[in-house]
Design a protein around this ligand. Structure first.
Ligand SMILES: [Zn+2]
Length: 358
């Protein structure tokens, strides 16, 4: 069986092999790169990650010069979606698939094909232009939009309805809810909640005169009995992964089938999918970021690293000083070596509350 982490990138010019006069494969993103992206929770870390895996979204040609800032945005979009997939996997692994758990992430539920069914969707507001163009190309969005418009072209009333509903614009362009990535107006984005939880500010700050890239992930039309179970989580996971691994190409190596990834972007998604073969996903007790746990023996892993483990110990000490010894918040912060707000945030994540009334 081929592990997809072994899949090489399509030839890259940076590693030109002088002797053979051909391009040899460069290093491809591995589990380590995946973990780096997950941990990149600041602009600085995202930039470092992007610089390492530049170009991220494009199949490199020597005459192409992708815009670095846009590539950083692409890495950020990718990270957002990967965090979503990892959280869904955690929910499935930890039996945490309630209606609330899905809605907390921004899923919208609606009536399904029959009374007995329920549909669910995720919408994601993307930022990067290269990311949007790439997804549109690999998932054939233009063709889908075109047939969507043509379907209503001869029906004057239906066409007017589409304009009224905000799907069809004066200039003939369209927001198609059946395409993986299509451009919607700010008005529609806000009204129909076409974004993930945590993207509220971003949605509010959009330019009302422009249209913005919205991705849609279908979570299935499931019987109500299994609507909020791991079935739903996996339906979403596969839906997101499918749209992000379309750059896997079949080529041959000395005549033998050899799949190749077109970009670092695709390669990274293959790594993620590959990690699900044997890993479970949990959330770090301290920072809340997902941990892909593999080869676990003995005690269950609860922290992403030893720094987070130490931080958690300090937060517990802070709680004990305040709650058990009645110490003042400021003094407890000093003694435990942790700022009050940081300690409170970590403790709250774990259902521990500190007495704030002194
Ligand atoms: Zn952590």
């Amino acid at each position: 069986m081929v592990a997809f982490t072994e899949i090489k990138l399509h030839s890259q010019w940076i590693d030109f092999n002088e002797e053979k006069g051909m391009y040899k494969g460069t290093r491809t993103p591995s589990q380590e790169a995946l973990e780096e992206l997950i941990a990149a929770d600041t602009d600085k870390k995202l930039r470092e990650f992007t610089a390492q895996w530049f170009p991220f979204m494009s199949y490199i040609k020597s005459w192409e010069h992708p815009d670095f800032d846009d590539e950083v945005q692409a890495a950020s979009d990718t990270r957002d979606l990967m965090l979503l997939v990892l959280e869904l996997k955690r929910m499935a692994d930890e039996n945490d698939c309630s209606h609330e758990s899905f809605e907390r992430l921004g899923a919208t539920f609606s009536r399904g094909g029959t009374e007995k069914h329920e549909q669910a969707n995720f919408h994601y507001l993307a930022s990067s232009e290269s990311f949007s163009n790439y997804i549109r190309a690999t998932t054939h969005c233009e063709r889908i939009e075109k047939s969507f418009v043509e379907h209503y072209a001869d029906n004057v009333m239906a066409k007017q309805q589409m304009i009224d509903d905000g799907y069809l614009f004066e200039d003939g362009s369209v927001y198609c809810p059946f395409a993986t990535l299509s451009y919607a107006s700010k008005e529609m984005i806000l009204e129909d909640h076409l974004y993930l939880c945590g993207q509220e500010d971003k949605a509010e700050s959009l330019d009302p005169d422009k249209r913005h890239p919205v991705m849609k992930f279908f979570g299935g039309n499931l019987g109500k009995g299994i609507s909020c179970t791991e079935e739903r989580a996996y339906f979403f996971i596969d839906s997101i992964l499918r749209d992000c691994i379309q750059g896997l190409r079949i080529e041959t190596d000395c005549g033998i089938l050899a799949p190749k990834a077109d970009t670092n972007f695709t390669s990274l998604w293959l790594c993620l999918s590959d990690s699900f073969r044997e890993a479970r996903v949990t959330a770090c007790k301290t920072c809340g970021l997902p941990i892909i746990v593999t080869g676990e023996r003995g005690a269950k892993r609860q922290y992403c690293n030893s720094t987070c483990k130490r931080k958690y110990k300090r937060a517990l000490k802070f709680a004990s000083l305040v709650n058990d010894e009645g110490m003042d918040l400021q003094d407890a912060a000093k003694k435990s070596g942790m700022a009050t707000t940081t300690a409170a945030r970590i403790l709250e994540r774990n259902g521990i509350y500190v007495n704030s009334v002194q």
